[in-house]
Design a binder for this molecule. Structure first.
Ligand code: SF4
Length: 370
């Protein structure tokens, strides 16, 4: 198994909470796609097998024109062969979804759409500086359905000051009414590079209490569970047969190649990343060089901690037989303590965090690190 990720580093405006690498699209996309084609040809030997998943993320992949998307897909197909793909996802913003674009995405080979809805309330969406209204999100969903997408994931956000139990319950009602195959929910965090980070630093925004966020998370787990969604990872819920394959491979530490400025790659033992610098990326590739970036070879301890961190995000947990035996012996007392507190379930060689403790999983996992 191997994954292919393409980072589309463009947005038409920036959301309040976001610190993903992205630039304003105006005038820069053609230079970027030229450079991306060069990067694709330079890195076609990175994966030793044909990719089984493709993910176009961002930024805002739905900003790509038909010409740009066809060129990108053609270059990817020539370099990697896309015949073995089991899942091809494109991230879209509701305000970009039209019948023409939805047909384009289908025709380009995408069988899964991930759409950032975030909330079903216009005042909260405006506060987040999202570009769409709740009505536009509902319409966009129906347009995607009409175009034949039968695997749609919707994103929601909880854990921010404007949200209360009633409004969160409303958001959950609305997403359940649409009945997507997959739902991802993230807690808003204050990231230093975001506009929200600046507001917080100026004393103009404070996060809600963690107990309030924990209640919202519990409501989410209960309501989605009652509606037939299975939680399979901290932030992800799916109907039977619709778990995200691309992201699941990240948690299993399978190799993937990330293309574009800011993208990360993993070959099974080393991690690589391109600098988050569009101009530097374009200049280097046009000059015949690799994209500027860095890499890190993981030590045995890094691998051990990473296996814990990624494996314990999932409800299936981690098979400790995959861990370094010496480090596992050292971690054993911490594992037993966590199990005695109810923070971990140990079944044979498998360890996992019970669903009701997932909200505090960071603390549970870091106590096991070596
Ligand atoms: S949340 Fe998405 S659309 Fe908003 S700024 Fe970040 S990458 Fe762009």
């Amino acid at each position: 198994m191997a994954g292919l990720y393409v980072h589309i580093p463009f947005c038409s405006s920036f959301c309040l909470y976001c610190d993903f690498y992205s630039e304003l699209a105006a005038g820069k996309m053609d230079g970027w796609i030229e450079a991306l084609s060069l990067e694709i040809s330079r890195r076609k030997g990175f994966l030793h097998t044909a990719p089984s998943t493709l993910y176009l993320g961002g930024g805002t992949p739905s900003l790509l024109s038909a010409t740009q998307l066809h060129r990108l897909m053609g270059t990817l197909r020539d370099a990697f062969g896309l015949d073995a793909l089991e899942e091809a996802t494109i991230e879209v913003n509701p305000d970009d979804v039209t019948a023409e674009k939805a047909a384009l995405w289908r025709e380009a080979g995408f069988d899964r759409v991930s759409m950032g809805v975030q909330a079903f309330d216009d005042a909260r969406l405006r506060w987040m500086r999202r570009r769409h209204t709740s009505e536009e999100a509902r319409n966009a969903f129906q347009i995607l359905r009409a175009a034949g997408f039968d695997n749609i994931s919707l994103d929601l956000i909880f854990g921010y000051a404007m949200l209360d139990g009633e409004s969160w319950s409303h958001d959950i009602d609305e997403v359940l009414t649409l009945a997507p195959e997959h739902i991802s929910c993230y807690q808003m965090s204050i990231e230093p590079g975001s506009a929200l980070g600046e507001l917080a630093a100026a004393g103009r925004y404070a996060e809600p209490q963690q107990e309030v966020c924990a209640e919202e998370y519990l409501m989410l787990q209960q309501r989605l569970g009652q509606a037939g969604y299975q939680q399979y990872e901290i932030s992800n819920f799916a109907r039977e047969g619709f778990r995200a394959r691309h992201n699941s491979a990240y948690w299993r530490r399978e190799p993937y190649l990330g293309l574009g400025p800011g993208a990360h790659s993993f070959d099974g033992s080393r991690r690589f990343w391109n600098d988050s610098d569009l101009d530097g990326y374009i200049a280097a590739l046009k000059a015949g060089n690799d994209a500027p970036g860095s890499s890190e070879t993981l030590s045995a301890t890094d691998v051990f901690n990473e296996q814990l961190m990624l494996g314990l995000r999932t409800l299936a947990g981690l098979d400790t037989a995959l861990l370094d035996a010496g480090l596992l012996i050292k971690a054993r007392p911490a594992i037993e303590q966590a199990a005695s507190r109810g923070d971990l379930i140990v079944e044979g060689t498998c360890i996992r965090i019970p669903a009701e403790r997932l909200f505090v999983s960071d603390a549970i996992v870091s106590a096991l690190f070596q």
